[in-house]
Design a binder for this molecule. Structure first.
Ligand code: PLP
Length: 416
């Protein structure tokens, strides 16, 4: 784990970049190029030897640029800066959150391996786990935020006697209900599995709170995973994904990424660097506004219940997890409106200012209906179990004036 004297928000404008190397350009230029010219054939040979791990680098020797599927200055700089937020050795950017998740799973899972995963997870991740991994002979076992450490171990023993998973994958807070899973508990499970014959890694999808309000690596995770489309890019204009972790783990991921071709393109990396400069201030403001909107929603007579991390009761075990691993409640609110799909749709169809769209974590506020949109592919049984009901509405709070957002919500409730 790296230590830097300045905080990430101070370093986002400069870290890893020297203006004097680029004619004084204050911002890192866009390297919109697919390939890089070598000074000499022997230099090209040396870079390839390092890229393929054919020999160790000599003292002070650095690998140069080869080809933008392998490396690119915009990609490398965005990765260095993201790693600062999670205090990780390194990071890797991908073409999307799903590219990060699928590349990660194909890196660390092999046929006959077991994936132990916490549910709910993002709809696309859920589909990948249930419908893609089994075709590759990968076995999966699900648990939820309601299961204890003992119950998870018992279920594993009942389902796959004497066997151990190679990967534990969780999303916390979970999409769309904000359910929390204890990262330290999962790290203890990982430690038990590692002591066996096989290696086991713990990966945490930190899209909802991170990296400003939650740092899973500090709680024992091996890898943190992001849909960087969401808060990290934050302007609804980029699709991107990322992972951060130890050098060895990220190195293996990047090796797989080179051959799947799932890296992020230079222009998107450039946009991500722009966004990283405002990450802290955006997330703080969105967090503060969400508190105000949640407060309004929670007291509304047409609302049955609210799922917001700021509203966990002291006697709720979820509150203990929150206190341990979350630094704030974030800007995702979901709530059950009184009634069913009809009432939820009437609310959504009459909501102004918010965009009726999936995705989250952007400058503009977004609203959607998980049961028929992001989570339509989750089985009916799992949806019931996870509380993804027809009357559930999900809000992502953006940078608008919170009083205006409340006015829009109030007026939409009035039309239900
Ligand atoms: C959106 C999302 C993903 C998938 O990311 P894409 O960038 O859309 O591929 C994964 N996990 C979570 C929690 C998400 O919200």
């Amino acid at each position: 784990m790296k230590k830097n004297q300045y905080s990430p928000e101070s370093l986002m404008m400069s870290y890893g970049y020297k203006a004097s190397d680029h004619q004084g350009a204050v911002k890192c230029p866009l390297f919109q190029t697919s390939t890089f010219a070598f000074h000499s054939a022997s230099e090209g040979k040396a870079f390839f030897e390092l890229a393929y791990g054919l020999r160790e680098p000599e003292a002070g020797e650095e690998m140069g640029m080869i080809y933008s599927r392998v490396n690119n200055p915009n990609l490398e700089l965005a990765e260095k800066r993201l790693a600062l937020w999670d205090k990780a050795d390194g990071a890797a950017f991908f073409a999307s959150g799903m590219a990060a998740i699928s590349t990660m799973m194909f890196t660390f899972l092999r046929p006959n391996d077991i994936l132990l995963f916490g549910s709910p997870v993002y709809g696309g991740t859920d589909h990948f786990i249930h419908h893609v991994l089994p075709d590759f002979g990968i076995r999966t076992l699900m648990f939820t935020s309601l299961d204890s450490e003992k119950e998870i171990l018992q279920r594993l023993e009942d389902t796959f006697p004497g066997e151990q998973p190679s990967l534990i994958y969780i999303e916390t807070p979970g999409n769309p209900t904000n359910n929390l899973i204890d990262i330290e508990m999962c790290a203890r499970l990982r430690n038990e599995f590692v002591s066996g014959r096989k290696d086991c890694l713990l990966a945490v999808d930190n899209t909802f709170l991170g990296p400003v309000f939650q740092r899973p690596l500090e709680h024992g995770a091996d890898l943190v995973v992001y849909s960087a489309t969401k808060f990290i890019s934050g302007h609804s204009d980029v699709i991107a994904g990322a992972c951060a972790g130890r050098n060895e783990t990220i190195g293996r991921l990047k090796a797989m990424r080179t051959f799947l071709g799932s890296m992020l393109d230079p222009h998107s990396c450039w946009l991500v660097m722009r966004s990283l400069e405002t990450l802290q201030i955006r997330m703080e403001r969105q967090d503060a506004s969400a508190r105000k909107v949640a407060e309004y929603v929670a007291q509304h007579p047409k609302v049955e219940s609210v799922h917001f991390l700021g509203y966990l009761r002291d006697d709720d075990p979820q509150k203990q997890i929150f206190k341990k691993q979350c630094l704030s409640s974030g800007s995702m609110i979901s709530f059950n409106i009184k009634g069913g799909e009809k009432e939820a749709f009437r609310f959504l169809d009459n909501l102004t200012l918010f965009k009726l769209a999936v995705s989250l974590g952007s400058t503009e506020s977004l609203a959607e209906h998980p049961a028929t949109m992001t989570h339509v592919d989750v089985s009916e049984e799992d949806r019931q179990k996870l509380g993804i009901l027809p009357n559930l509405v999900r809000l992502s709070i953006g940078l608008e004036d919170p009083e205006d957002l409340i006015q829009a919500v109030e007026s939409a409730f009035g039309k239900v």
